[in-house]
Ligand binder design. Structure first.
Ligand SMILES: NC(=O)c1ccc[n+]([C@@H]2O[C@H](COP(=O)([O-])OP(=O)(O)OC[C@H]3O[C@@H](n4cnc5c(N)ncnc54)[C@H](OP(=O)(O)O)[C@@H]3O)[C@@H](O)[C@H]2O)c1
Length: 267
């Protein structure tokens, strides 16, 4: 049996992509799980598979994190789960609307799922972790947090997660709690398909596999880094987008129509 990192992990957005991959790798390490998403059938199937294969306990919790009632129920569930020592705020989506043409309330939904859910679930999980001086929280952000061309709402909500994580880690120093902002770049999941994007236009070498991204994230929990950017290319891109000498060049490039078309492929 592999070394068990954590006793119990709650993963939002566990019905697909990175969330499902976190569930697989944590179950393999002996961690009991609570899986959260809207699609109950997917969660049930995954829970059955993982509990049979790895002998861990897997609960499912169906919730739409953009709905107040579902979010409050999940907050209550976390408050009652004393042995929760890993929270992964992973649920997210790219959105289909332009900021100025948002007729479906997508901007508000994105704030609820990416920002409000993360804040409320984190606050619900921390007291028990602090009592035990042990625990970790992963906020799945994106390299889009540093990008001037990944959509006003998507980039800004992901940037919020990065700064929340960095500041929270400093507030919690010396108390045994690890906070991580994971910033993946293009990763093969259902994310782009869900947003109606055509993945074919982006060269394969720019993509990473979800299992690799998750492995890097979980391994990084043993270290001290708060912002974790998986993959060398993503680290270089993020550096260029942030560095004062290249920031203006990136801004200029972001106004070129070819670059904007490519960047409609959010990360
Ligand atoms: N793939 C990439 O290239 C990439 C790059 C950078 C960052 N990310 C981030 O990685 C995270 C995971 O995305 P992914 O790539 O794994 O995408 P995915 O395969 O589409 O999975 C998204 C997950 O989020 C859940 N979800 C979406 N809206 C929800 C809501 N309102 N309530 C509850 N759950 C919700 C979905 O479950 P249900 O539909 O069943 O609810 C699904 O399990 C996201 O935060 C995304 O922004 C992805």
């Amino acid at each position: 049996m592999k070394k068990q990192f954590y006793q119990k992990a709650l993963i939002t957005g566990a019905s697909a992509g990175l969330g499902e991959e976190y569930a697989r790798q944590l179950a393999d390490a002996g961690t009991n799980l609570i899986l959260v998403a809207r699609r109950k059938d997917r969660l049930e199937k995954l829970a059955l598979e993982l509990s049979q294969k790895y002998g861990v306990s897997v609960e499912i919790f169906t919730a739409d994190l953009s709905r107040d009632y579902d979010l409050s129920s999940l907050v209550e569930k976390i408050r009652q789960t004393e042995d929760l020592d890993l929270l992964i705020n992973n649920a997210g989506f790219a959105g289909k609307s332009k900021f100025y043409r948002d007729e479906t309330g997508e901007a508000e939904q994105m704030i609820k799922v990416h920002v409000i859910a993360t804040v409320l679930l984190t606050r619900a999980a921390l007291p028990a972790m602090l009592k035990r001086n042990r625990g970790a929280i992963i906020n799945v952000a994106s390299v889009a947090a540093f990008s001037p061309f990944s959509g006003a709402m998507y980039s800004s909500t992901k940037a919020f997660l990065v700064m929340l994580s960095v500041n929270l880690q400093n507030e919690l120093l010396g108390q045994g709690i690890k906070i991580q902002a994971l910033c993946p770049g293009l990763t093969h999941t259902e994310f782009h398909q869900a947003a109606g994007m055509n993945k074919e236009t982006i060269p394969e070498f720019l993509w990473m596999r979800a299992d690799r991204v998750v492995r890097i994230s979980l391994r990084a929990l043993r270290g001290t880094k708060v912002i974790v950017i998986p993959g060398c290319r993503n680290r270089i891109i993020s550096f260029l987008m942030r560095h004062p000498l290249t920031f203006n060049l990136v801004q200029w490039l972001s106004r070129r129509s070819k670059v904007r078309k490519m960047a409609a492929m959010k990360q």
